[in-house]
Design a protein around this ligand. Structure first.
Ligand SMILES: [Zn+2]
Ligand SMILES: [Zn+2]
Ligand SMILES: [Zn+2]
Ligand SMILES: [Zn+2]
Ligand SMILES: [Zn+2]
Ligand SMILES: [Zn+2]
Length: 389
């Protein structure tokens, strides 16, 4: 879909004009204030050149300039709230889950629209839109205005830092366009230069030596030389003019901005298993239904099902284990294997023997002589002389 079509659809959606797509055109019914601006109540917008049944929306076309003029007066601080389409997330599946508090909050974004104009022998224009969150980070996933937002009334002016950040992005976008446009302009300039040089060189070659009455041969030659010099100076001037005309100038103009509020729901829960407890928050994007579950403390996955480790870690099912000795739930990584039977156990249930091997209660035995813990792997006798038992 062309950028002009998208622009036109968004324009209509933003200002409450009904747009119906038919045969590649948009049939638009304008609300009263728009009708007053355009001087007509209906528009048939076309997006292909030479369409006799539609008004072309393109740079410089009348209807596009009228839309831009309307934006100039109305788009600067539009405020739009994205509609609620989803219910808040259910509670997480976790031990002893209890709702503590819930609240509706709005995430606020600023959408900035820029007109980038590239001027040399040709004029090229581009629209550039950028959406920033409250921290000035780019959020391309937020659909600007197109999502059928509802008017929020008063908008809050964006912070100057946000405006600067948006302008920096627009300038960077413009810079990315400059390279190819400059290359194309240079190619055109070279073509024009070659034609000018060929033309003037032919002229200079063909300057005749005409001896007028009373003129000496030398005088006639000098006169034709002078003519050649004039032609050369003219060529140089024209080349300079063409070079100046092909110098690319860039203009970045902020044409409108809008504030978009995205509805969110935040619920705080207390999870508890015996004396172990912790709090977690679950955020739901009520517009698109995305649920932001808390992350597993071990692997970072956020899927909504958790266990609580003995040390209050929030662990997903894959990261949670249990001690084979005392049965307490633990993060897998906190469990160690008995070097004799490989069963996993918690730090309290896995102690090293005199030889440094980790063992479970069943595989460690105290030497009747010296009392040191010994496991089946340790060599006997181990030196105290009373360990043969
Ligand atoms: Zn995990
Ligand atoms: Zn244990
Ligand atoms: Zn843990
Ligand atoms: Zn064991
Ligand atoms: Zn011993
Ligand atoms: Zn041992």
């Amino acid at each position: 879909m062309s950028a002009f079509r998208t622009f036109s659809e968004r324009f209509c959606a933003t200002f409450g004009a009904e747009a119906e797509a038919r045969e590649g055109r948009l049939h638009v019914t304008l609300p009263p204030d728009l009708a007053a601006h355009f001087g007509r109540a209906q528009l048939v917008l076309g997006f292909t050149p030479h369409d006799p049944h539609g008004e072309l929306v393109a740079y410089g076309s009348q209807v596009f300039e009228e839309m831009m003029a309307y934006l100039g007066g109305h788009g600067r601080l539009a405020a739009v709230g994205l509609p609620v389409r989803h219910a808040p997330a259910p509670p997480p599946s976790a031990p002893g889950c209890e709702l503590l508090a819930e609240e509706a909050v709005a995430e606020r974004f600023q959408v900035f629209n820029f007109q980038l104009a590239f001027m040399c022998d040709e004029r090229v224009e581009r629209l550039f839109s950028v959406c920033l969150d409250e921290h000035g980070r780019e959020r391309p996933e937020i659909p600007p205005l197109a999502a059928g937002g509802e008017d929020q009334g008063a908008a809050v002016a964006p912070a100057p830092s946000a405006v600067r950040a948006a302008e920096d992005k627009a300038v960077a976008a413009a810079e990315a366009w400059v390279g190819p446009l400059e290359t194309a302009a240079l190619a055109r300039l070279e073509g024009i230069g070659a034609r000018l040089v060929a033309f003037y060189e032919a002229q200079m070659r063909e300057v005749p030596v005409r001896r007028r009455r009373g003129q000496s041969e030398e005088e006639a030659v000098a006169e034709s030389e002078e003519l050649r010099w004039q032609l050369r100076r003219e060529l140089e001037r024209k080349l300079r003019d063409e070079t100046a005309r092909h110098q690319l100038r860039v203009q970045v103009r902020r044409i409108s901005q809008a504030q978009v509020e995205r509805p969110r729901h935040v619920a705080r829960y207390r999870l508890a298993r015996g004396v172990v407890a912790r709090e977690v928050a679950v955020t739901t994007d009520l517009h698109d239904g995305t649920i932001f579950w808390p992350a597993c403390d071990r692997c970072g996955s956020a899927k909504g099902t958790y266990g609580l480790c003995e040390e209050s870690h929030l662990a997903c099912p894959a990261c949670l284990g249990a001690c084979a000795g005392c049965g307490t739930e633990r993060c897998q990584v906190e469990l160690a294997a008995c070097e004799s039977c490989q069963a996993l156990g918690c730090p309290a249930c896995r102690t090293p023997c005199a030889g440094g091997h980790l063992g479970c209660a069943a595989h460690l035995a105290a030497c009747p002589g010296c009392g040191q813990a010994l496991c089946p792997r340790c060599e006997r006798p181990h030196g105290c002389g009373l360990d043969s038992a």
